[in-house]
Write a protein that binds this ligand. Sequence first.
Ligand code: ZN
Length: 176
Amino acid sequence: MSLKKATYQNINYCLRCGSKLELKADHENKIRPQCSNCGWKFYKNPIPASTCIILNKAKELLIIKRKFEPESGKWALPSGYVEIDQNPEDTAQAEMLEETGLEGKVIEFLGYYPDFSPLYEKVITFGFLMEITGGRLQAGDDASEACYVPLAEIQDLAFASHNYFVSKIKEKIVSE
Ligand SMILES: [Zn+2]
């Protein structure tokens, strides 16, 4: 896949010094915006996110109702963007606690799903199967509600990535 000029057409100013950026070929001959003043280059990358699959003993799935945009008011899995001081597993654990009140740990990496994002063009979401280790179920932070729903009754969740991980967990449970 080649980097197209159009990929960077809305990137104009250096994040470091504020000077105008110019589209120029870098040392690998890829076109990227570069600052003529301080030399800083802009690399546009997908944004990493983590999402949690949390099941109770009855194999019901914990879902949350989103409080904020994007997809405010829709049901989704607990999820969030990976912060600079986190690994994807840390994000999964933190989002689980913030949005559901439950403490947990990662027991299985379920893979990743690349998705279009209206804000960031592309988000790569990592899916984690979580085990509940403590806490008390209570919606918080970005979630207005949190509840368990039988897997068979889960309809369309807010994001394609979440639907993908739900289908993966359904397959996994059937094969167990
Ligand atoms: Zn600069």
